[in-house]
Ligand binder design. Structure first.
Ligand code: SF4
Ligand code: SF4
Length: 141
């Protein structure tokens, strides 16, 4: 059985709760979910970072279900911009990345970014003196 794990940013229309949708993902599509980050403001669009683990076919169906209910779904790595060309490997960002997505390679002393581990905490955005990160988790609508 081909089980895959994906980190997906969901954006909900105003006044829609995530709980019934999460329930459907688990019950009807057999998707294991882990909420890594959530921001919901009254009257505004809500954003959620979900780690979803399931067979690829179930994952595809679950995402199609969400999109049919006006929930935008996009892989987290598509929402992360990192200008690696300008990185000077100073290590500032690795000191704040508790998720372990940003690390210093002990051989090359270059900073390495594993987007698979990112939890969109955005701490690196301010930590980088060159402002090389942009994490698009929420929008202003
Ligand atoms: S947003 Fe930045 S600091 Fe936070 S987990 Fe992702 S890479 Fe690490
Ligand atoms: S803080 Fe900025 S310049 Fe320094 S290692 Fe991280 S990304 Fe590179």
């Amino acid at each position: 059985m081909n089980i895959v794990k994906r980190r997906i940013i969901l954006r909900f229309p105003p006044q829609s709760g995530d709980k019934p949708l999460s329930y459907v993902l688990v019950k009807d599509y057999d998707i294991r979910i882990n909420i890594l980050k959530a921001e919901v403001m009254p009257g505004k669009r809500g954003s959620l970072l979900l780690e979803m683990e399931a067979r690829q076919s179930n994952l595809d169906k679950g995402i199609a279900y969400l999109e049919a209910h006006n929930v935008e779904c996009q892989p987290l790595d598509k929402r992360i911009q990192f200008n690696s060309d300008k990185c000077i490997s100073c290590g500032n960002c690795t000191a704040v990345c508790f998720a372990g997505a940003l690390t210093m390679n002990q051989v090359t002393w270059k900073m390495e970014f594993n987007k698979e581990l990112c939890v969109a905490c955005e701490l690196c955005v301010k930590a980088c003196p060159l402002r090389l990160f942009d994490i698009d988790f929420r929008d202003g609508n």
